[in-house]
Ligand binder design. Sequence first.
Ligand SMILES: Cc1cc2nc3c(=O)[nH]c(=O)nc-3n(C[C@H](O)[C@H](O)[C@H](O)COP(=O)(O)OP(=O)(O)OC[C@H]3O[C@@H](n4cnc5c(N)ncnc54)[C@H](O)[C@@H]3O)c2cc1C
Length: 403
Amino acid sequence: MDDIIRRDPRAERIARNRLHPDYDSVSASSSLMVGGINRKDVHNTGILSAEGIKRIDRSGAAVAKGLASQRLKEATLPLHAIPEPEGFIVVFSDADSDKLTVLDKDMLGLAHQLSATYDNQTAVLFISLYPRTDDLSLYGAHRTLTLSSTDYSPEVWLRNLLVLEDTLQPKHWVFADGSLCGSDLARRLAVSLKERPVTRGKHYLDGTLNCGSGDASKSVDRAVSRILLVEEQVADPISGFVTEAEEIAHLAGSDSHAGIEDLGQVAVDPANIPLAETRFILSGGNGVRNWALFHQCAKTLGATEGASRVAVDNGFMPRTTQVGATGTYVNAKVYVAVGISGAIQHLQGMTHCDTVIAINADPNCDMVKRADLSVIADSSEVMQALVNAIEGSDSAGVFDHAG
Ligand SMILES: Cc1cc2nc3c(=O)[nH]c(=O)nc-3n(C[C@H](O)[C@H](O)[C@H](O)COP(=O)(O)OP(=O)(O)OC[C@H]3O[C@@H](n4cnc5c(N)ncnc54)[C@H](O)[C@@H]3O)c2cc1C
């Protein structure tokens, strides 16, 4: 017998069916590999109610409106405080704004699992480049540190991390393995410390990280190292307790001169920003009657285009633009849904959007119920009015994707 984990289609089917009699035993098996692909766990979308009971919130309305954090506080969950830490696990935020990402929460969950393998006196230090608007005590940060983000300065950030390495000697460094600065910084740190990182960590279990490999149909198990680069769903976010989230003092003397000069941000074509990363989406559904106008509106607004499955199936939009359970999960600050009814499969894909605007002829549809702002009118009329207003005001591409 070799050590290669092979696909077992029957086990995979059972693992997807919570009502199957063998579900518990099969899903507990660490050797189960679901195609080597990091799949979304649609069941993992709950919030804690005021009574401390986990509730499914598929639309994300409660999460988006901050009710989750309010209820958690009301529930006065036990405080997991570490006044005198014996060690630290550092989590470097994946966010490119003041909002925590899904991966940030997963990384904090992973840090707590790692902390439990020591003595639970190992504190989690969360480092971000932006001041946070989220309450970090709900996601498991014992200490927080904000580095300046005014300039793109990986060398200065690295020097800050090396100061932390000298002073705190963290047991682990956890970074996001993505396209943002965290994964670049992780590699710089690994080279500086001459440590071999574990990359593309997909799932943590009992001291082992299941990681992506060169072959997309396979994954490999690796023992955790000091520097870990991980992906979404590597671990569950914490629940059932809060932490103290104390800001630690800025590292003195670490902001020395950088070798890289930041010449500022450059404009990018919103059409070229991946749907999962873009901050502003104009999404079209079956209620769009004029697709040429839809494209013009997206261009004028400076939005990335998304679509419902019906719009894709009808051939109006490419498959890559589909938002939802069987499309892309998006994380935009502003999501404008034009003529989209708000079916559950679509809402699942936009759970983490901050502000949702619905343009729909039906005031009772689910998208209007989910939206923060609704315009009840014909889609073509509203899009034309938007184009006229923006072109008239001479400020095409109103949305600043960096902000
Ligand atoms: C297994 C499975 C997976 C799925 N995965 C996805 C997925 O990932 N993503 C996804 O989107 N769907 C998915 N679906 C399909 C989903 O169930 C819905 O059928 C789909 O989202 C509906 O798309 P829609 O809202 O564009 O169309 P409709 O449901 O037809 O809604 C059209 C909306 O436009 C409005 N409208 C009509 N005319 C106008 C007008 N002139 N002006 C303004 N508004 C107007 C209507 O009031 C209505 O609300 C999936 C379904 C299944 C079974």
